[in-house]
Design a protein around this ligand. Structure first.
Ligand code: 5RP
Length: 230
């Protein structure tokens, strides 16, 4: 029987084979991406890829990339990203998705929006007919977090502050808080994204709509489904 980690590894290995030499690569965050980084490192040791630059979306991924012999640049240091490979928490059949389970959504969206081509690597448990079934992360400024929380509760979005294991509030790389919206399925994702985009105090949210070009979905039957945006 194929485990979820084996599926993640299969999708990740296929994505590592898609990376072209002499390009600028964006690398996301998460357990599936961790498999991608190791597969990329292995490929680079066999055939030097001479990547022009690599940018990434968390310290975790940065450390793993460096352990694999790559030099990591800041997003500000590159003028574009050729290919960005990232995981996702949920993806629907339109290739829209929810990200940010690992709390790195703001930098993930910044790297993705600057990438010419975005590829997600997932196992089949992430595929849904309607976006939901996973709390939608919203990164908010601490100064407005309480008001944002009340507003989301009044709108029926079922907010919860994300907590660390010790029970204190989770703090992002940028010193902000995360409010997870448990409402499922999401009420019209495009409308919710617009609402969040125009809410003062919201730094970023985990709805990635119309941004992803390809999704590699590792399936328990041993095949990898390859979805592309039409
Ligand atoms: C982190 C993310 C990850 O890509 C997402 O949570 C998927 O993670 P995993 O591959 O561990 O399931 O958005 O902020």
């Amino acid at each position: 029987m194929t485990t979820q980690d084996e599926l993640k590894q299969q999708a990740a290995t296929q994505a590592a084979a898609m990376v072209q030499p002499n390009t600028v690569l964006g690398v996301g965050t998460g357990s599936t991406v961790a498999f991608f980084i190791d597969a990329l490192g292995a490929r680079n040791r066999e055939e030097a890829l001479n990547l022009t630059a690599i940018v990434t979306t968390s310290n975790r991924s940065k450390q793993q990339l460096e352990a694999n012999g790559f030099t990591v640049s800041e997003l500000a240091e590159v003028d574009h990203v050729d290919l960005c490979v990232d995981g996702a928490d949920r993806v629907d059949h339109q290739l829209d998705g929810i990200k940010g389970g690992g709390g790195a959504l703001t930098l993930e969206k910044n790297v993705a929006i600057n990438a010419h081509h975005n590829v997600w690597i997932v196992d089949e448990s992430k595929v849904v007919d309607r976006l939901g079934d996973f709390p939608l992360p919203v990164e908010v400024l601490p100064v407005s977090a309480a008001q944002n929380f009340r507003k989301f509760a009044a709108a029926g979005l079922q907010p919860e502050f994300r907590l660390r294991e010790d029970g204190t509030r989770y703090v992002t790389h940028y010193g902000n808080l995360i409010i997870d919206l448990a409402v499922s399925p999401l009420p019209i994702p495009q409308g919710l994204a617009s609402y969040l985009d125009s809410t003062v105090g919201v730094v970023e949210h985990g709805l990635f709509l119309g941004m992803t070009d390809e999704v590699l979905i590792a399936q328990a039957n041993g095949t990898i489904a390859h979805w592309t945006r039409r």
